[in-house]
Ligand binder design. Structure first.
Ligand code: MTE
Ligand code: MO
Length: 322
């Protein structure tokens, strides 16, 4: 006999009202983006060094939405999500964009090395030609106990893993953010171990949820979201979702991640969302919606257990929760 249980991604999307507003705006955004792309094409020099306003990949947006990933809450308005960010290289506060004036998203080289068939280095626009962009609506839960819901655009991380062709000994992917203190002022702050580093097991990296993000809200991601390439792992706390990635290293050793190095007693490698395991200094039982201020109960694996719980079978009592 079948007992049909609702799974995380089957939560009715009808609850997501502002999303309808956002979707109806997409047509307009798309047209604007196409015009920008035209402007960039007109001047080859401009296409090499671009900031927030123009992006040579703008013509790839908006990408089709994958209906498999639905929300149980409204999409966070872009105006809000754009001013509540974490990007320590630029600011220890939440409004990061004003500190990113020197950041340039092109040229942007991505290195793939370590235990791979053949190390490669490719420009972000060449990488974009090898993958299929899609839009996904994901919940986003910061370890600081706030949350939002974001329409990300990107590609499945398993496609990058396939491109890398890791050797049989590879067990982890280590990711690194760019390092340039002239551009990111806080990288001069020697209290912190720059560059930002994160890591996933190969099983996690090839799980369908692991998403490499290039855009948000139907257009190339504004700088503060981690343009031109960042990770999103929605079942983990937000600090796992490393921004401004320039390097993927396949390795047999568990990477030491940035926050683990800063404060290992409070932040670990796994960082799976669990309402029952408090941070040493605060509860994780509930979270605050950054738009409405409403508190809602936090869900185990941030509500994505149907996708990822199997990855951790038999390890529920291990340190996989921080
Ligand atoms: N390179 C880098 N990546 C980073 C961070 C950072 O400070 N530097 N902050 C992390 C944290 S704590 C969170 S919650 C998310 C925030 O992503 P958002 O600004 O898109 O909401 O980015 C993560 N990625
Ligand atoms: Mo975070």
């Amino acid at each position: 006999m079948h007992i049909r249980r609702r799974r995380g991604w089957e939560i009715p999307e009808a609850l997501a009202t502002p999303e309808a507003v956002y979707l109806s705006r997409r047509g307009v955004l798309g047209a604007g983006a196409a015009m920008l792309a035209g402007g960039v094409m007109a001047g080859p020099a401009a296409a090499q060094r671009v900031g927030d306003a123009a992006d040579p990949s703008a013509g790839l947006y908006p990408a089709a939405q994958n209906p498999r990933y639905t929300l149980d809450r409204p999409v966070t308005p872009e105006a809000k999500a754009s001013v509540v960010n974490n990007y320590y290289e630029f600011s220890y506060g939440k409004n990061v964009a004003p500190s990113m004036t020197r950041f340039q998203r092109r040229p942007w080289l991505v290195k793939i090395d370590g235990l791979v068939e053949k190390p490669q280095e490719l420009g972000i626009d060449d990488l974009l030609k090898k993958v299929q962009l899609e839009e996904r609506l994901y919940r986003h839960r910061c370890v600081e106990a706030w949350s939002m819901a974001v329409p990300w655009t990107g590609f499945a991380m398993k496609d990058l893993v396939a491109l890398a062709n890791p050797a049989s000994g590879a067990k982890y992917v280590r990711m690194e953010t760019f390092l340039d203190p002239k551009i990111a002022p806080n990288q001069k702050d020697f209290r912190y171990p720059w560059p930002y580093v994160e890591g996933l097991t190969l099983e996690e990296a090839t799980n369908e949820l692991a998403f490499l993000v290039t855009g948000v809200y139907g257009k190339p991601a504004p700088n503060q979201f981690g343009a031109p390439l960042r990770l999103v792992t929605p079942w983990k706390y937000g600090f796992k979702s490393i921004k401004g990635i320039v390097r993927f290293t396949f390795t047999d050793k568990q990477p030491l991640s940035y926050w683990e190095e800063v404060q290992g007693a409070e932040y670990g490698f796994w960082a799976n969302v669990n309402p029952k395991v408090p941070h040493p200094r605060w509860s994780q039982a509930s979270e605050e919606d950054i738009t409405t201020g409403e508190r809602r109960p936090t869900l185990i694996f941030n509500g994505y257990g149907a996708f990822v719980a199997d990855l951790y079978k038999g390890r529920e009592n291990a340190k996989i929760w921080f």
